[in-house]
Design a binder for this molecule. Sequence first.
Ligand SMILES: [Zn+2]
Ligand SMILES: [Zn+2]
Length: 284
Amino acid sequence: MRASVLYAAGLPRPYADSKPLTLEDLERPAPRRGEVAVDIACSSLCHSDLSVVDGVRVRPLPMALGHEAVGRVSAVGDGVFDVRVGDHVVLVFVPSCGECRLCLAGRPALCARAAEANGSGDLLHGPALLKTRGGERINHHLGVSAFADHVVVARESVVVIDDGVPYEVAAMFGCAVLTGMGAVANTARVESGQSVAVFGLGAVGLAAVMAAKLAGASAVVAIDPNTAKHALALEAGATHAGTPEEAEALVRRTAGEGVDVAIEAAGSARVLAACLDVTSRGGA
Ligand SMILES: [Zn+2]
Ligand SMILES: [Zn+2]
């Protein structure tokens, strides 16, 4: 099988020259008990992959990257009864064991066992399976490692989806959509009639824009320095779009003293401060 492996983090930019990822021919692993094998159909690039490449997120290396993907189940291990060969599945980067304190408290996204496995480059049900033809261990990225043509993951790392969902759409449900949608629906709990500002119009921000529109927000102000993103945001449901310099004036015009909810989707402390600047008293 082939996978894209990072051997050293923090190489100089541009990455087109330093080429941090190496396409490796690895031994093809088989699923163990509680695991499934998936042939990857589509995988998208997330900023969290880049954060491992540039060294901001320190991970054990070498590591096969990629965590936002969709594919088709090619084999299931012992003890897996609810996923079948041929099922289309979205990969999940935070599996939950269902048994630890946080899982039992109804907070599966904080699963302690998954966090430990993800941090050490292992899988939920056992040590890393990936290795080079020479036998060198390759760590898994977030229990997925989807920049590959084949993966073996914990059963808890897949969600079966309808076969009719196009692969290139479904792949984004592995991270960007659930992050942006989750911020709006689960964290901010945006209600009909509220005003929302979204800073950063990558895939997460655009998913937040769509979720805010779906929630019935009265105004959705979309902000990004890249003006090429503005038309896309308006198409996705934003009522207004502009640059960071225009943000305050846009919010004043549409939401008076400030928005009810501001979403930071750029991963930057400076942008978080800008969010607070446009949030109304008592907003979130
Ligand atoms: Zn991601
Ligand atoms: Zn757990």
